[in-house]
Design a binder for this molecule. Structure first.
Ligand code: ARG
Length: 464
């Protein structure tokens, strides 16, 4: 008979049993479920709602159930619906009728809300660790390439020269924001819903603060209806994960472009690239492509859960069972992508010669020539037009601005002197951009220091 079978006269239809059972996927919550049950049972004992001896028996029983699930000895039954009722059933099979007292003053509704919070708190921490590791990889690369001249783009057209270190630091900045989003979401997640009951709390004198403290929560949820039906905390994780994926996907896209013969800025390590079954010459950036592709799944997880939530009346509705697969899929996907991206970057070879050669092409020093003229008191708009005409001339000749002889430059603008060649060299163009947040080596090094300091403070978790 079902744990809830008292008022039923017929068995559940086999189709329904299969349709509503969630243990095939929510078994993943067994550790959290048992940890929550142990805290609940201990509190019931302390509060005198059950005897201390009963509480001890229940806790010992839960520990054996945990060991049996861990080792694969315990069989989880589809007919027992979900992980919560499976654990209770296994407990009662092991310790007898006293196991039936565990669920006093509790509902699966506050139980599952608790389990998912505990699960996501731990997974948020793991995700943050992986993000921090990837960020550190980027900082190391930025340091290594603080003086690697590289082309900077707008509209995927050459724009102004930068350093490759500066380019890497752009991604470090994105991932630092992602870290701060996750740590912010974690703070709001860390409240215990246990004691909300099915929807209306309970008449038993539960000591909510004690179970919250035992489980490492910062406090209690404020309202029992909200406590059982809120999934904002999961949506916050999913939206932070979606942003992480979007950032990873942009980085992956650049890796793919840079590894192409057309760009040829990097070459991927053999261990992080794949071949073709027909074209013998191929070395493909599949890893980066998969990261880009998997981004869609995580966006889907976010939208699936947002859509599940949008029309739900208070309080619990079975629709909420649909939260778990979205969360599990997003957790697995974002963590795997973070895990693989760090070594992908670490092992690739950067072709500095190619980057430096491309940094000299495409008139990327045109702005600097205009700035040079503006510093000689030619109004910038006029300087812009003069340099535009010079670019046109160079285009016709197939040469660069710095290839024009001084006399020709002077004919275009009287104030030009021999120092112009130095003023428009790639090195000067980049080194002079030392405004904070800029691409000059010293500005990049300063940004790396600031990023390291931020990583340090972010690593200190409030309950760690
Ligand atoms: N398996 C359910 C879920 O994941 C647990 C809560 C079920 N509560 C209920 N009243 N049916 O949401």
């Amino acid at each position: 008979m079902k744990l809830w079978g008292g008022r039923f006269e017929k068995d559940t239809d086999a189709l329904v049993e299969d349709f509503h059972s969630s243990v095939s996927f929510d078994r993943r919550l067994y550790e959290q479920d048992i940890a929550g049950s142990i805290a609940h049972a201990a509190m019931l004992g302390r509060a005198g709602i059950i005897t201390r001896a009963e509480a001890e028996q229940i806790i010992a029983g839960l520990e054996t159930v945990r060991a049996d699930i861990e080792s694969g000895r315990a069989e989880l039954a589809k007919s027992a619906e979900d992980i919560h009722m499976n654990v209770e059933k296994l407990l009662t099979e092991r310790i007898g009728p006293v196991g039936k007292k565990l669920h006093t003053g509790r509902s699966r509704n506050d139980q599952v809300a608790l389990d998912l919070r505990l699960f996501l708190r731990a997974e948020t921490d793991k995700t943050m660790d992986l993000l921090a590791a990837l960020t550190r990889t980027l900082l190391t690369l930025a340091e290594e390439h603080a003086e690697t001249w590289a082309p900077g783009y707008t509209h995927l057209q050459k724009a102004q020269p930068i350093t490759l270190g500066h380019h890497f630091m752009a991604y470090a900045a994105m991932f630092l924001r992602d870290l701060s989003r996750l740590s912010d979401a974690r703070r709001r997640l860390n409240y215990s819903p246990l004691g909300s009951g099915a929807l209306a709390g309970t008449t038993f004198p539960l000591r909510r603060e004690e179970t919250a403290r035992d489980l490492g929560f910062a406090g209690l949820t404020l309202n029992s209806l909200d406590g059982v039906s809120d999934r904002d905390f999961a949506l916050e994780f999913l939206s932070a994960a979606a942003l992480v994926m979007m950032h990873l996907s942009r980085l992956a896209e650049e890796i793919i472009l840079w590894a192409s013969g057309e760009f040829d800025f990097i070459s991927l390590d053999d261990a992080y690239a794949t071949g073709s079954s027909i074209m013998p010459q191929k070395k493909n950036p599949d890893v980066a492509e998969l990261v880009r592709g998997k981004t869609g799944r995580v966006y889907g997880d976010l939208f699936a859960l947002l859509t599940v939530m949008k029309g739900l009346p208070l309080a619990y509705n079975k629709d909420l069972q649909e939260d778990k697969e979205c969360v599990f899929d997003a957790v697995d996907t974002v963590q795997k992508c973070l895990l693989v991206t760090a070594p992908l970057l670490k092992t690739m070879t950067v072709r500095k010669d190619r980057l430096a050669a491309e940094a000299k092409k495409g008139f990327m020093n045109a702005t600097d020539l205009a700035d040079y003229l503006a510093k000689k008191q030619i109004p910038f708009r006029e300087a812009h037009a003069i340099v535009g005409r010079l670019v046109l001339l160079c285009g016709q000749r197939g040469c660069a601005l710095e290839d024009l002889p001084l006399t020709e430059l002077q004919a275009a603008a009287a104030g030009i002197e021999a120092d112009v060649y130095d003023a428009i060299s790639v090195e000067t163009c980049v080194r002079a951009r030392r405004v904070p947040g800029g691409p000059a080596p010293e500005a990049v090094r300063e940004a790396i220091r600031a990023a390291r300091a931020e990583l340090e403070t972010m690593n200190k978790r409030e309950d760690a």
